[in-house]
Design a protein around this ligand. Sequence first.
Ligand code: ADP
Ligand code: MG
Length: 142
Amino acid sequence: MENITTSNSQETEKLGFEFANKITDGGIICLYGDLGSGKTTFAKGFAKGLGISERIISPTFVIVRQHVLANKKTFYHIDLYRLEESELQGIGLSDIFSDKNAIVLVEWAERLGKYLPENRFDIKFQHGEKDTRKITIQKIEL
Ligand code: ADP
Ligand code: MG
């Protein structure tokens, strides 16, 4: 497990950028933490790290946003904040998670319930003093 403290949003974005370079082959990244804890900020850096130049906004109202990368893999940015539990089965999570060519980042992964994949990275965000955020990264494998 890795523990990081960032002091501003730029540092959290940089962490996301650097993390993207570790998982170019595909993978599922689950982000946890309260509103404003830095999940979307991390996701912005992560998307830049994947080579996406489009502006990354929180997909809160879209639930799933999809980007095709230069290497033909697909990046899915999912935000479950506004999704009702009863709607979870309708957004195609099983297909997305079983796509070996996908890189998937999920905000509010607390809400995945039975869809939580077995192999994944868990990244937890917590507010600290002032603008600091405590971020832990853990690889979860069977
Ligand atoms: P979430 O997606 O978890 O709701 P956001 O990334 O959208 O959170 O928002 C984080 C907010 O906190 C932004 O307004 C950002 O500028 C601010 N902020 C301040 N310090 C940090 C930090 N160390 N890391 C990330 N965001 C920070
Ligand atoms: Mg967000």
